[in-house]
Ligand binder design. Structure first.
Ligand SMILES: [Zn+2]
Length: 159
């Protein structure tokens, strides 16, 4: 068995670690403890507000995008079968399924982003992978039906 070598970046907490996988070149946010489905992992707040999206921001309204406080949450990668959800009513990170210690945390970017600044091809490997990730605007209501969507995205969809 090959053990990947990770570079660990400080998060200021023992609960989570940002690790760089040299094989992929991507940093990700990993959990250092296990959580049950539905459990709150973390409460976050707003580091800065922006009128336009960047690759670091999360959308909360038509022209309101924020950067995370704590900053390390920006390292959360996208996944089409995510294990966490950003609850933007309470500004908490909530487990969508049981999370094991050492598991990478990821959320479904179109659950908060209507039209993303930098669309990309997803390689999450999930059977549910939707391919190009460019925001909720590009997805059908059927594709979005399986996800917990932010209040803003629900509003855009007319829900
Ligand atoms: Zn995917």
């Amino acid at each position: 068995m090959i053990t990947p070598t990770y570079q660990t970046l400080t998060t200021g907490t023992d609960l989570f670690g940002v690790r760089l996988n040299p094989a992929t070149g991507f940093k990700g946010l990993f959990s250092n403890q296990s959580f049950d489905e539905g459990e709150e992992l973390f409460t976050f707040s707003v580091r800065s507000l922006h009128q336009k999206p960047t690759y670091l921001t999360v959308q909360i309204d038509e022209k309101t995008h924020f950067e995370f406080e704590p900053e390390f949450l920006q390292y959360m990668n996208h996944h089409c079968d995510p294990n966490v959800h950003l609850d933007l009513n309470n500004f908490t990170l909530v487990a969508l399924k049981p999370i094991r210690e050492g598991e990478e945390l990821h959320f479904f970017y179109p659950s908060t982003e209507w039209k993303m600044d930098r669309p990309f091809a997803c390689h999450c490997g999930s059977k549910k992978c939707i391919g190009i990730i460019s925001g909720a605007y590009a997805l059908s209501t059927t594709q979005l039906a399986n996800y917990q969507l932010s209040p803003y995205i629900q509003q855009k969809l007319g829900n």
